[in-house]
Write a protein that binds this ligand. Structure first.
Ligand code: AMP
Length: 219
């Protein structure tokens, strides 16, 4: 049965690291709206220019723009057996849009839908964001303080120079948290009421969280 997996949690809760790993493990595409939007910006598209004006303020990009990108991506053949959706939906309006997108794509076919919430102590997260780096080639995520690469600023896997995201600074990070609590946190209750919410303790090491995640996925 097709497996539709979505992930909820505050910025820098570890979703990116775990969903990258999970997509490889399950063989489903890792669909990450933040990366898709950053790719639009890097390609210089009109959509990218609009997205940038919101990302730079730590706000949500307009629902229609993200919906269009996600709708197209989820309808591709790559996603026919399942997907790992990271960073979408981020508001009730987007959650309702995702239901419409899924219904359109799945038709009468049944799919298993799980919303996995990363429950974490938020005190450490701003610090995680400020020290975060990632590989522009393979997407591997590092942290100068908590998970440094073997050689400073160089990806262990690809040997290319690591990048820091433009919105990973303290001022924008604070705005991203405000946006998260206002727009995204209500989704936990939304999916709980539907009986599809799976909460995991996201405190601890990458391996510890991975073990907990696998129990939810395979359980
Ligand atoms: P992320 O890489 O998930 O931390 O997202 C970075 C930024 O991209 C967010 O702060 C938003 O401005 C924008 N963004 C990512 N996903 C969405 C979404 N589902 N809806 C609206 N904006 C988004």
């Amino acid at each position: 049965m097709k497996q539709e997996l979505i992930f909820l949690g505050p910025p820098a809760c570890g979703k990116g690291t775990q969903t990258n790993k999970l997509s490889e493990y399950l063989g489903f595409p890792h669909v990450d709206t933040g990366s898709l939007l950053r790719a639009e910006i890097a390609s210089g598209t009109k959509e990218g220019a609009i997205a940038k004006s919101f990302i730079d303020k730590g706000q949500l990009v307009p629902v229609e723009l993200v919906g269009e990108i996600i709708g197209k991506k989820l309808a591709t053949d790559d996603c026919k057996n399942g997907y790992v959706l990271d960073g979408y939906p981020r508001s009730l309006e987007q959650a309702k849009m995702l239901e419409i997108i899924n219904n359109k794509i799945d038709g009468k076919n049944t799919a298993s839908f799980k919303a996995i919430y990363f429950d974490i102590d938020t005190n450490i997260l701003i610090e995680r964001i400020i020290h975060r780096q990632s590989c522009p080639k393979c997407g591997e995520i590092y942290n100068k303080k908590f998970k440094p690469p073997k050689v400073d600023n160089i990806c262990d896997i690809c040997s290319v120079e690591l990048k820091t995201r433009a919105d990973d600074n303290e001022e924008i990070a604070k705005a991203r948290f405000e946006t998260y609590y206002r727009e995204t946190a209500p989704l936990v209750e939304f999916y709980e009421k539907k009986g599809v919410l799976y909460k995991i303790d996201a405190n601890g090491t990458i391996d510890e969280v991975w073990e907990r995640l696998l129990k939810v996925i395979e359980g």
